[in-house]
Design a binder for this molecule. Structure first.
Ligand code: NAD
Ligand code: MG
Length: 397
């Protein structure tokens, strides 16, 4: 596309999960660049008040609400406007296909984002992928559909955005390996005797990033990095043994690529999700902003260490799931969503979460090449199995 055309064309956005941490930051980016972005669709689950406020401000063509009670409220709140209020997953899948949508930001959390992301990909849209669980569960299906329908997947996750930026102008065939950086979360360096007593309030205190509750717990258990390994595999077409993880507590280097000549590229910046969100939304253009800049004066040292997958066993489980392939990442993800939800309700211990994920991975039947329906079935079964194990926890009542 001619650069002049790029400058004057506004991108029409569907922001799925607009009430979440990623969604609200995406709207801040829109707010800062109103001449570049137009909001066509907003979606949220239960926060009817915020969704209403966003709709009134950004005047989208439609708002999709997935929770029934919230839908009734939003419909009532927006009754006096021309904004269409739609309900449920199917409406979400329909709206992302509209001609008036150019870019879909997939920012729903968990398996719940799978169908709408796939619908956007099948409609050939440019898709900003924040919803990593979708790639973990159905990476093969999503990437195959993206190739077939000419849909471009642009990473939003900061590590994958870093890799994507490092790979601009490069041949993916020249990648020797990628190195995902991990902050290590709030419990870096801690051992099992400490972790056994960890409560929700500790785990929700992330040292560098302010995020939604689920990903914050995933960061504390290192499951987040495990999910990101699988996410990277699919986004960049990597073999399992090309993916490494290094702990980098300052979260300044967001990830690295090593090429076949030994040369390495890294992308750096302060930890602020608005940067990768803006990069994905603006791609292929780089947009200016007034975000705080990194300065070496503020960081005497950037440090690196090996992850402790013996203590933080979720990282090992995710590595195993990645190597096993098939529906194993889906089983692991479903179990993880159940245990994290229980942990957020004080119904399971921190370390128990890992045990339950492991037992669920052992129990649920394995399929080598699952289609969408089989993944649905796996997700349902794995949640049931995980719930049975959860009920045996002394904290579950
Ligand atoms: P969040 O919990 O803050 O927001 C989740 C959004 O999804 C909300 O808008 C909510 O209404 C919607 N939602 C929840 N359940 C739903 C359902 N059943 N059906 C439809 N919509 C539903 O989460 P977040 O932190 O913004 O994370 C969103 C995704 O982005 C996750 O996959 C996460 O791993 C990924 N991500 C987040 C960050 C971050 O900084 N927050 C960074 C990297 C990746
Ligand atoms: Mg990340």
């Amino acid at each position: 596309m001619h650069s002049l055309t790029l400058l004057i064309m506004r991108k029409n956005l569907a922001i799925l999960g607009s009430t979440g941490s990623i969604g609200t930051q995406a709207l801040e980016v829109v707010d800062a660049h109103p001449h570049l972005f137009n909001v066509t669709v907003l979606s949220g689950h239960s926060n009817s008040a915020l969704l209403t406020e966003q709709a009134l401000k950004f005047q989208p063509e439609a708002v999709v609400v997935t929770d029934t009670a919230a839908y009734e409220k939003v419909k009532n709140n927006l009754g006096h406007t021309a904004i269409r209020v739609m309900e449920g997953q199917e409406a979400l899948c329909e709206a992302v296909q509209w001609d008036t949508v150019d870019f879909v930001l997939a920012a729903i959390v968990g398996f719940a984002g799978l169908h709408s992301t796939l619908a956007a990909v099948r409609a050939g849209k440019q898709v900003g992928v924040a919803n990593k669980e979708t790639l973990v569960v159905a990476g093969a299906l999503i990437t195959e559909a993206a190739g077939k329908h000419n849909s471009m997947l642009v990473p939003v996750d900061s590590e994958h955005s870093a890799l994507f930026q490092c790979l601009t102008g490069e041949n993916y065939g020249d990648i020797e390996k990628i190195i995902l950086t991990a902050s290590g979360g709030p419990f870096l360096g801690k051992k099992t005797n400490f972790l056994i007593n960890v409560k929700k309030s500790h785990a929700l205190q992330h040292p560098n990033w302010n995020m939604g509750a689920k990903i914050t717990i995933d960061s504390a258990t290192l499951m987040n990095k495990g999910l990101e390994m699988i996410e990277a595999k699919w986004l960049f077409g990597l073999d399992n043994d090309q993916i490494e993880v290094i702990i980098h507590p300052q979260s300044i280097i967001h990830s690295l690529v090593q090429f076949k000549d030994g040369s390495m590229k890294a992308q750096m910046g302060l930890p602020d999700m608005k940067l990768p969100i803006q990069y994905a939304m603006g791609y292929p253009a780089r947009l200016s902003n007034d975000f705080k800049r990194f300065s070496f004066k503020d960081y005497a040292k950037l440090t690196f260490e090996q992850p402790d997958a013996k203590t933080f066993r979720n990282l090992q489980l995710a590595t195993d799931a990645m190597y096993k392939g098939g529906n194993m990442p889906c089983i692991m993800n479903a179990a993880n969503e159940e245990v994290v939800n229980a942990f957020l309700n004080n119904r399971v211990g921190f370390l128990e979460m890992t045990d339950i994920i492991e037992k669920t991975m052992e129990k649920v039947s394995f399929t080598e090449q699952p289609g969408l329906e089989e993944l649905e079935a796996t997700n349902t079964e794995a949640r049931k199995v995980a719930l049975q194990f959860l009920k045996q926890s002394p904290l579950y009542s």
